[in-house]
Design a protein around this ligand. Structure first.
Ligand code: S3P
Length: 175
């Protein structure tokens, strides 16, 4: 069965948003960011959700928007880094999407997070965000590996190169 969606998963700071937006444009699909849908649903920012309602409630919102978006067609979905923690999310996404995982080094992740401001990512808003990145990456690696066979290391590639690789994967999976 052909799948008309592409879901990008991977740790925070691996480029899902930038690459997803470009990919959607290239493939003439709609770009959807799950974090944005969560913010709309909750009526507050992600740091506010974590602070006022807690991570468990955040994961509930995440599961709801993931289920909803999985029913759409012709969309590129950029998922939050923790999407893989709940296997149901991956099952929903797989209904209509090819899932692709973006990877990069902890150093690059740290640089990008620092540039955005660590308060944007409540999970890394810690005294030692570098150590937290390493810890979370190690814990989550098996979840990312289990969710997909398609992994792209974006460390040494341009956005256009990554988009091209994803397009190839997507097209060969349709054949
Ligand atoms: C999270 C990643 C964030 C956001 C939330 C939790 C995570 O998304 O969903 O802060 O658990 O890794 P990005 O991966 O887009 O930063």
């Amino acid at each position: 069965m052909t799948k008309s969606n592409i879901a990008l998963i991977g740790f925070m700071g691996t480029g899902k948003t930038v690459i997803g937006a470009k990919l959607a444009q290239t493939l003439d699909k709609e770009f959807i960011e799950l974090d944005e849908l969560i913010v709309n649903k909750a009526g507050k920012s992600i740091p506010q959700i974590f602070a006022e309602e807690g991570e468990i409630q955040f994961r509930e919102y995440e599961m709801e928007v993931c289920r909803e978006v999985s029913q759409q067609e012709n969309v590129v979905i950029a998922c939050g880094g923790g999407i893989v923690l709940n296997k149901l999310n991956i099952d929903y996404l797989k209904q209509n999407a090819i899932i692709i995982c973006l990877k990069t080094s902890p150093e690059i992740i740290f640089q990008r997070i620092s540039k955005d401001g660590k308060e944007k990512r409540p999970l890394l808003n810690k005294a030692d965000p570098k150590a937290e990145i390493r810890k979370l990456l190690q814990f989550r690696a098996p979840f990312y590996n289990a969710a997909t066979e398609y992994q792209i290391d974006t460390s040494k590639l341009t956005v256009d190169e990554v988009v091209e690789r994803i397009r190839e994967i997507y097209e060969s999976a349709q054949a």
